[in-house]
Ligand binder design. Sequence first.
Ligand SMILES: *[C@@H]1O[C@H](CO)[C@@H](O)[C@H](O)[C@H]1NC(C)=O
Ligand SMILES: *[C@@H]1O[C@H](CO)[C@@H](O)[C@H](O)[C@H]1NC(C)=O
Ligand SMILES: *[C@@H]1O[C@H](CO)[C@@H](O)[C@H](O)[C@H]1NC(C)=O
Ligand SMILES: *[C@@H]1O[C@H](CO)[C@@H](O)[C@H](O)[C@H]1NC(C)=O
Ligand SMILES: *[C@@H]1O[C@H](CO)[C@@H](O)[C@H](O)[C@H]1NC(C)=O
Ligand SMILES: *[C@@H]1O[C@H](CO)[C@@H](O)[C@H](O)[C@H]1NC(C)=O
Ligand SMILES: *[C@@H]1O[C@H](CO)[C@@H](O)[C@H](O)[C@H]1NC(C)=O
Ligand SMILES: *[C@@H]1O[C@H](CO)[C@@H](O)[C@H](O)[C@H]1NC(C)=O
Ligand SMILES: *[C@@H]1O[C@H](CO)[C@@H](O)[C@H](O)[C@H]1NC(C)=O
Ligand SMILES: *[C@@H]1O[C@H](CO)[C@@H](O)[C@H](O)[C@H]1NC(C)=O
Ligand SMILES: *[C@@H]1O[C@H](CO)[C@@H](O)[C@H](O)[C@H]1NC(C)=O
Ligand SMILES: *[C@@H]1O[C@H](CO)[C@@H](O)[C@H](O)[C@H]1NC(C)=O
Length: 672
Amino acid sequence: MNLILLLPIVLLPILSSAIPYEQYILAPSSRTLYPLSVHSTNGSVSNTESLTTSSGSSIFQDDSATSYDFGKNIAGVVTLTIGSVSDPGQYIGVTFSESSLWISNKSCDATADAGKDETLWFKLDGPGRYTAPREKERGGFRYMTLVHNTTGSVEVTAAEVYYTAMPHWEDDAIRNYTGYFNSDDELLNRIWYAGAYTNQLCTIDPHQGDALIHIFQINSSISDATNVTWYNNYTITNGSSALVDGAKRDRIVWAGDMAIAVPGIVVSTNDVITIENSINSLFDIQNQTSGQLPYAGRPFPTILSFTYHLYTLLGVADHYLYTGDIEYLSSLWDKWKLALSFSLSFVDDSGLMNVTSPADWLRFGMGGHNIEANSILYYTINQGILLAEALNDTSPIPSWQTTAKAIKSAANALLWNETAGMYIDNETTTLMPQDGNSWAVVSNLTLNSSQAESISANLVNRWTPYGAPALEAADAISPFISGFELQAHFLANNATAALDLMRLQWGFMLDDPRMTNSTFIEGYSSTGELHYAPYLNDARISHAHGWATGPTSSLTFYVAGIQLLNAGGRTWRIAPALGDLKFVDAGFSTSLGFFAAKTQVSDAGWHVDFEAPEGTSGEIKLPSISCVGQVVIQEVNGRCEDIAIDVTEANVRQVSTVGVAGGKWKATLTCK
Ligand SMILES: *[C@@H]1O[C@H](CO)[C@@H](O)[C@H](O)[C@H]1NC(C)=O
Ligand SMILES: *[C@@H]1O[C@H](CO)[C@@H](O)[C@H](O)[C@H]1NC(C)=O
Ligand SMILES: *[C@@H]1O[C@H](CO)[C@@H](O)[C@H](O)[C@H]1NC(C)=O
Ligand SMILES: *[C@@H]1O[C@H](CO)[C@@H](O)[C@H](O)[C@H]1NC(C)=O
Ligand SMILES: *[C@@H]1O[C@H](CO)[C@@H](O)[C@H](O)[C@H]1NC(C)=O
Ligand SMILES: *[C@@H]1O[C@H](CO)[C@@H](O)[C@H](O)[C@H]1NC(C)=O
Ligand SMILES: *[C@@H]1O[C@H](CO)[C@@H](O)[C@H](O)[C@H]1NC(C)=O
Ligand SMILES: *[C@@H]1O[C@H](CO)[C@@H](O)[C@H](O)[C@H]1NC(C)=O
Ligand SMILES: *[C@@H]1O[C@H](CO)[C@@H](O)[C@H](O)[C@H]1NC(C)=O
Ligand SMILES: *[C@@H]1O[C@H](CO)[C@@H](O)[C@H](O)[C@H]1NC(C)=O
Ligand SMILES: *[C@@H]1O[C@H](CO)[C@@H](O)[C@H](O)[C@H]1NC(C)=O
Ligand SMILES: *[C@@H]1O[C@H](CO)[C@@H](O)[C@H](O)[C@H]1NC(C)=O
């Protein structure tokens, strides 16, 4: 009775247009951008500062150049407004670079694995606006250099960039995040938002993928060239947006990269349509006979990758987890099962999959009974069982369960080194990889928590001053694989290790002056050099790579502790794990509604405010703090009974309760 009377009041307008913590959002409020500051000047150029506004006047005399800094990584099409020119036959060239290392008046940074990309030249017929052709949009740059190469003079009155990322969102809405994060650690706050922004920069118009005209033509004849051609005009997916690996390159769809980028997108912008366009583009080119999925989307050549094949399947499982969209799942299910059968056909008598193609995330030595690939397979089969249950297609489940069980037992028998406390890469090596050990924990291939704890501790011991090295890629630091390492530390119940790694590695990636202070790099050396082992050409490295955004989802899922357990959050878990933090506040929306948790910890106890959509249900696993006392969990609107739990010496680290209904709740521990 009361409930019915109260409802209309409760639902009355608490509507507010304010986006929480909006000041951290790096996305622009308008698509028309001007440089923030002058980086450097060469030769005779007047009033360089004036081009940081929409109407300036900067005169380039004879050989001269000015480099501008946008203050963060951006993407777009450049338009120059020209005032006067001394005579016909004048040119202004434009070069772009993500890193300050490759600022040049001769060339851009690189998209091919050799040389540098050519300058974008404008032949000036007289005053007016000169806009680059659309295939010359540059997908990632912080620095833009204007070059004058002729005797005579040119007056530039504006150098603007039309921002092209997030093409399907309205011009004034690029900052309209559906999720937020805040804590008492400013660096972690900036890392969360830089991850969210990196994924926005990797969300492109699908007609402007990289044409990859130099793919596999890497040779010494172009290695010194400053004029490598580049065109961003290949159609890579259907629809009006695509999620690509990197903003500058490759600007194509890679399923492995999506495994990290997608959860980061869900907790920040919930841009589901882009995820669907990208997954669909991979299934569109599936081999209908064998079930084999592509290593990457169009126009990448057909190559078999055991892991990226599986990551595409995990993309479908993630889509269902985050959206609950059973129709979408149904539409891909037959293709999904065919693709899983393809992988299972490589499982041999040992119980493990025998990898016969080396293509992975550009590590070396991917082959045989590889631990990473088998962990991902184990995880994919288990996800498949959940999807089959959701679809009521139970017939394949028993055989999948048997196969999964055999993989787990064979991997532990053949690849676990008890003395070292880690898995080896395959049975012919002593190398213990970062990828396979992290994935073994993430996939629950481990048999018990002490294996996970041992892996976590061993990985921590390998850190260099620049982050967590991937020994399986010649000592590269892989922000991609380190994203899975973060998850492994949380799953091994060491939130502090994960937070320490975020500060060490992602703090470096954000604050080092060679970086963009806004987006995360693809890879670098364990010595901090911006050299990435798989590439010959350092200028090629992407500084905005979605696969490097692991902290964004991990901070929301594990630190704030808001976890979706199935179908868009129909069931959920609230499990804050603050490590050394005292305050964390996060929230995000799925199609089911809004999920949030705000936790404050002090010596006197803790307080958690959380909410989940009506009609859902969940469990809560409360922060562990070493005091005894009493936890009281109350529904804010008083429609459910209070839950009271005594915290004693016996249960101090594992206070939890299940069957909690959606709604707004508060939980308080008061220490005695
Ligand atoms: C300036 O660059 C343009 C475009 O490459 C070229 O056509 C022109 O010859 C150059 N002028 C001089 C004087 O080098
Ligand atoms: C985006 O947010 C701004 C300010 O919060 C608001 O004025 C605008 O209407 C929003 N745009 C859309 C498309 O939701
Ligand atoms: C690159 O192009 C510029 C302008 O067209 C030319 O002056 C220069 O010689 C070229 N450089 C190389 C290495 O080809
Ligand atoms: C991309 O643009 C270049 C230069 O205009 C053109 O030669 C090429 O055909 C275009 N490629 C595609 C796929 O449209
Ligand atoms: C698809 O797979 C079949 C069976 O393995 C193979 O014969 C065929 O060549 C593949 N097709 C393409 C286009 O790769
Ligand atoms: C086994 O792992 C090592 C180390 O990564 C690698 O060098 C070797 O090629 C792998 N074996 C196979 C069959 O791929
Ligand atoms: C994996 O398959 C390849 C190709 O069939 C074979 O040469 C190799 O011996 C197999 N590896 C293992 C560990 O069985
Ligand atoms: C699966 O079966 C359950 C119980 O009969 C039903 O509620 C549900 O709608 C079915 N799901 C699908 C996708 O058919
Ligand atoms: C297991 O690891 C230890 C310590 O790293 C090493 O000494 C030993 O040789 C390894 N055992 C095997 C069977 O590879
Ligand atoms: C992980 O696997 C173990 C069995 O090895 C099982 O008891 C446990 O429930 C699994 N954990 C999860 C989260 O699935
Ligand atoms: C957690 O990781 C940190 C490193 O960040 C380490 O110092 C600590 O010993 C680990 N704790 C446990 C319980 O392993
Ligand atoms: C990096 O960006 C932040 C805003 O995200 C800004 O406060 C800070 O001053 C920038 N640092 C540098 C060195 O530009």
